[in-house]
Write a protein that binds this ligand. Sequence first.
Ligand code: FES
Length: 225
Amino acid sequence: MSEVKVAENVVTVEIMGRKYEVPQGITLVQAMWYTGHEMIREIGCLGGVCGACATLYRTPDSHKLKSGLGCQIIVEEGMSFSISRSFPVRKPIYHLEEIDDPKQDLFKYFPEVAHCRNCNACTEACPQGIDVRTGIWKAVFGDFKDASDLFMPCVMCNLCVPVCIAEISSNQVGLYVRRAQSVFFSDRHPILLKRIEEIKDGKFDSEWETLFSLSEKELKDYQVA
Ligand code: FES
């Protein structure tokens, strides 16, 4: 009887429903490449900060559907996963300079935010370990300082969005809160204020003109003296 040879240093994974053998120790994104899957829109930084590689996966030791960043998760024997394609997220249009009361206007741009049912699915889905549910409640009660601190590590991967039974785009709420906190409720550093004045006074106009006059190739070679 012939011996079945088990390949060493490989694991068997299921990618979008099909089984593959891939080297141990590589990330899910690398496994996608290794198996010939084209990925353009779903990757960016490869360092866990751009949020482009949102991934859903299962491991054999659990019944749970898990989520994470594909460039940060290492393949495991028996794992199945799909890197999620982009899906529509509601992005309200607002201009901070036209807002009088950002805490009140939270409900104008995100009326669904008041319907949070405390299920905590957003927090469980967050690959950054953000307590998203608490962040939403802090925002609802006007504590923008704490809410923006909570949402600070958000990489806008959108994984909190499809799991929300109240249809809240929590990452978009977090972005609004962070922006509002910065514009309305935070002191600006004196160096930043000075630099803004210098820009207004035209201190850097000649540098801008130089940059805008360069071709794409010249721009690539350009180095500030
Ligand atoms: S590619 Fe940027 S977070 Fe994964």
